[in-house]
Design a protein around this ligand. Structure first.
Ligand code: AMP
Ligand code: GLY
Length: 414
C-alpha cells in the first residue's frame, strides 16, 4: 500500500494532490493542513506547514512512503534535513539547497560565480554605502531585502527619494529583521516561470508559464501571490526555451552540486526575456503558485511515478497537453490588504475545466473563504483565446459577489 503526504494548503497543493491521487500506484493521499478543495483528493491532517516535528511524527506513525513539500516555509525550517535524518523519503531540497530562494544574496553570488545571466547587483548592509551606490545608477532601481519577506521584500523604486526611504526602512529601521539588501538593475521584457524537476545535475523540464503578480488589470497596483497564469507562451521561441534550460536551469543545478548543496525537488526559475537575452529575476526552491495549477493541469502522465523515477536516478516520463491552459484567481475583496474570512462560497461542478481551491475551508458542511486568494478557475482550449474564454465562462457560473478577479489574464497575448 502506497501512502503519500503533501505539505501545504494552497492551490498549488490542490493541483499536486489531484495529480498524485490520479496515479494508479498510489492508495492514500494525506495533506497537511489542506483545504476544502484538497479534501476531494486527500485526507486533511490538521498540522501546520511550520510544525516540522509533528509532520515527521505523523509520517513515521502512518508509514508514509513519500512526502512532497509545497511551501518554502517548511523548506527553510529544514523539513527535508529532518526527514532525511529519520530515513523518511521526501521530495524537496535541504535547507542548504533552498538558500537559492531564501537568500537573495546567495542566489546572486552563485549566478555571478557560475556566469548565469542575471541583473548586475551589489549587496549592502550599510545605509550610507547603499545611498552612495544608487547615486550613479539609472532609475528605476530594484531593492531586494535579503530574506523571506512574504512577497513584500522587493521594491522597484522610480525615484531616488523612494529608494532612500525604503533603504532607510530596511537597513536602519530593520523592518524585516536582519538588515541586508541586494540592489540590482531594472530589467525590461516579458517575464515567465520555468519549473524543472531536479535531482543533483539531472534536470527535467516542465512547460513554462506566465504569472500575473499585480492585483489590478494592466499590471497595476500592489504585488500579490499571483492573480492568474497561462501556458503556451507566444513570446517564447524553442531557442529561448533551450537557452533557459541549458544556460540557466542546468547550469544552476550543476553550480549547486559544485557548491556542495545538491538540489532535489522543483527548481523554479523566475526568468525574463530582455533585449540582450534571457536572464534570471529570482529562483524559488519549490513549485510556484499559481503556475502549478496550470502546469500540472496540463500534465497527462503520472506525477507520482515521475517523482519516484527522478528520486531513483531514472529518466521520468513527463507528457504535457499541447493545448494552452489558462487560470484566473478569485480573491477575497480587499486582498492583498485586509479582507474578511468565512464568507460562504457556491461552486457548481464543471465538466470542462477545474476549480482549484487556494484559500477555503469546510465550516458546518459549507465551503467558506479562508485566505486572500480563494479559488482558481482553470481551463484549456485549442488556442489561448479559447482557453481564456473557457476560464472566464466558468467564473460566470460562480457567485462572485464577495470575490475579486482580474479581467485581463492572457488578454495582451491574443
Ligand atoms: P522577486 O520576488 O524577486 O520575484 O520580485 C518580484 C517581482 O519584482 C518580479 O516578479 C518582477 O516583476 C519584479 N522584479 C524583481 N527584480 C526585477 C528586476 N531586476 N528588474 C525588473 N523587475 C524586477
Ligand atoms: N508565482 C510566484 C511564486 O510562486 O513565487
Amino acid at each position: 500500500m502506497i501512502k503519500v503526504l503533501v505539505i501545504g494548503s494552497g492551490g498549488r497543493c490542490d493541483a499536486i494532490c489531484r495529480k498524485i491521487k490520479e496515479s494508479e500506484l498510489v492508495d492514500f493521499v494525506f495533506c497537511a493542513p489542506g483545504n476544502a478543495g484538497i479534501a476531494r483528493h486527500a485526507i486533511n491532517i490538521p498540522i501546520n506547514v511550520e510544525e516540522i516535528d509533528k509532520l515527521a511524527d505523523f509520517a513515521l506513525k502512518e508509514k508514509i512512503d513519500l512526502t512532497i513539500v509545497g511551501p518554502e516555509a517548511s523548506l527553510s525550517l529544514g523539513i527535508v534535513n529532518k526527514f532525511n535524518d529519520l530515513g523518511l523519503k521526501i521530495f524537496g531540497p535541504t535547507k542548504e539547497a533552498a538558500l537559492i530562494e531564501s537568500s537573495k544574496s546567495f542566489a546572486k553570488e552563485l549566478m555571478k560565480k557560475y556566469n548565469i545571466p542575471t541583473a548586475n547587483y551589489e549587496v549592502f548592509t550599510d545605509y550610507n554605502n547603499a545611498i552612495n551606490y544608487i547615486k550613479n545608477k539609472k532609475l528605476p532601481i530594484v531593492l531586494k531585502y535579503d530574506g523571506l519577506a512574504a512577497g513584500k521584500g522587493v521594491i522597484i523604486a522610480k525615484t531616488y527619494e523612494e529608494a532612500n526611504t525604503n533603504l532607510y526602512e530596511m537597513l536602519v529601521n530593520k523592518e524585516f529583521g536582519e538588515a541586508k539588501v541586494v540592489i540590482e538593475d531594472f530589467l525590461e521584457g516579458e517575464e515567465f516561470s520555468y519549473m524543472c524537476f531536479v535531482n543533483g545535475s539531472k534536470v527535467y523540464k516542465m512547460i513554462p508559464a506566465r504569472d500575473y503578480k499585480r492585483i489590478n488589470d494592466n499590471d497595476l497596483g500592489p504585488n500579490t501571490g499571483g492573480m492568474g497564469a497561462f501556458t503556451s507562451l507566444p513570446f517564447l521561441t524553442p531557442a529561448d526555451e533551450d537557452f533557459a534550460y541549458q544556460e540557466i536551469m542546468v547550469k544552476t543545478a550543476d553550480a549547486l552540486v559544485k557548491e556542495g548543496k545538491p538540489f532535489l525537488g522543483v527548481l523554479y526559475g523566475g526568468l525574463i526575456k530582455t533585449e540582450d537575452g534571457i536572464k534570471v529575476i529570482e529562483f524559488n526552491a519549490r513549485f510556484g503558485d499559481p503556475e502549478t495549477e496550470v502546469v500540472l493541469h496540463s500534465l497527462d502522465s503520472d506525477l507520482y511515478k515521475a517523482i519516484i523515477d527522478i528520486m531513483n536516478g531514472n529518466e521520468p516520463t513527463l507528457i504535457f497537453d499541447k493545448r494552452p491552459t489558462l487560470g484566473v484567481v478569485l480573491t477575497s475583496i480587499g486582498y492583498p490588504g485586509k479582507y474578511e474570512k468565512g464568507v460562504k462560497l457556491f461552486i457548481p461542478p464543471f465538466d470542462d475545466g477545474y476549480v482549484y481551491h487556494m484559500g477555503t475551508k469546510l465550516e458546518n458542511d459549507n465551503i467558506v473563504t479562508n485566505g486572500g486568494r480563494v479559488l482558481m478557475c482553470v481551463a484549456s482550449g485549442y488556442t489561448l483565446e479559447e482557453a481564456r474564454v473557457n476560464a472566464y465562462e466558468m467564473i460566470k457560473e460562480i457567485d462572485t459577489k464577495n470575490l475579486y478577479y482580474r479581467k485581463d489574464i492572457g488578454l495582451k497575448f491574443i
